[in-house]
Design a protein around this ligand. Structure first.
Ligand code: PGA
Length: 244
């Protein structure tokens, strides 16, 4: 991790109202962000409000999804350019909750990542295996195939990969540090050239203050994508402080 600055990202999912934006001050009071980048991904409705509050503390704003199209008659969709316009620097694409709940394929995730790049955003591309795939010894093969299908042909410096085993998301189960390290090393090895060493690969899936230190200590784990624990400003600050 020495050559890569850690990135801790909070994915609020479908949580948060205006009344919850005091989170930013509470987090900023508890976190030491000097040695770590912090990204917060609230729901669309809070992007503008949160963006202003986050930027005062040098914290980045991201969205949880974007459309593959730049604009047009796509009722209910939000384009990457609109996210950039709202102050986002990053957007999560291919989260397993979208792959499953909204039938997003690798090809669609790839087009969304490309749309993000074209709008000047950094896509955080999520990949991860199901429990059955891990139990049958297919985890690495599955994740690398998903990655190959989801990655646009761009430099590793323009994106972030998040490895999130589906069986670990919101379940309280996490990959052990050895499992996480082995997968992160395999993901890194799939990238060609010198950029490989600059790629940031986040681990996600029930990351909490109690397990973050062991995960962050893995040489190829460059940070975390935190769901549930990111809703609590103190818990999220503790994770950030462990990574700094
Ligand atoms: P979790 O979610 O930390 O609540 O498991 C992680 C994610 O889905 O990004």
């Amino acid at each position: 991790m020495a050559q890569r600055r850690p990135l801790i990202a909070g994915n609020w999912k479908m949580h948060g109202l205006k009344a919850d934006t005091g989170w930013v001050e509470a987090f900023a009071a508890a976190a030491d962000t000097g040695a770590c980048d912090v990204l917060v991904c609230p729901p669309f409705t809070l992007l503008e409000t949160m963006g202003g509050l986050l930027s005062r503390h040098g914290l980045a704003l991201g969205a949880q999804n974007c459309a593959e199209e730049a604009e047009g008659a796509f009722t209910g969709d939000v384009s990457a350019a609109m996210l950039a316009d709202a102050g986002c620097s990053h957007v999560i694409v291919g989260h397993s909750e979208r792959r499953e709940g909204h039938a997003e394929s690798d090809a669609l995730v790839r087009r969304k990542a490309l749309a993000a790049i074209e709008a000047g955003l950094v896509p955080v591309i999520c990949v991860g295996e199901h429990r059955a795939e891990r139990e049958s010894g297919q985890a690495v093969e599955t994740v690398l195939a998903q990655l190959a299908g989801s990655l646009p042909d761009i430099s590793a410096t323009q994106l972030v990969v998040a490895y999130e085993p589906v069986w670990a998301i919101g379940t309280g189960l996490t990959a052990g540090p050895e499992e996480a390290q082995a997968m992160h090393a395999a993901i890194r090895a799939a990238f060609p050239g010198a950029d490989r060493d600059r790629l940031r690969i986040l681990y996600g899936g029930s990351v909490k203050p109690g397990n973050a230190a062991a995960l962050m200590a893995c040489p190829d784990v460059d940070g975390a994508l935190v769901g549930g624990a990111s809703l609590d400003p103190d818990a999220f600050a503790q994770i950030v402080n462990l990574a700094s």
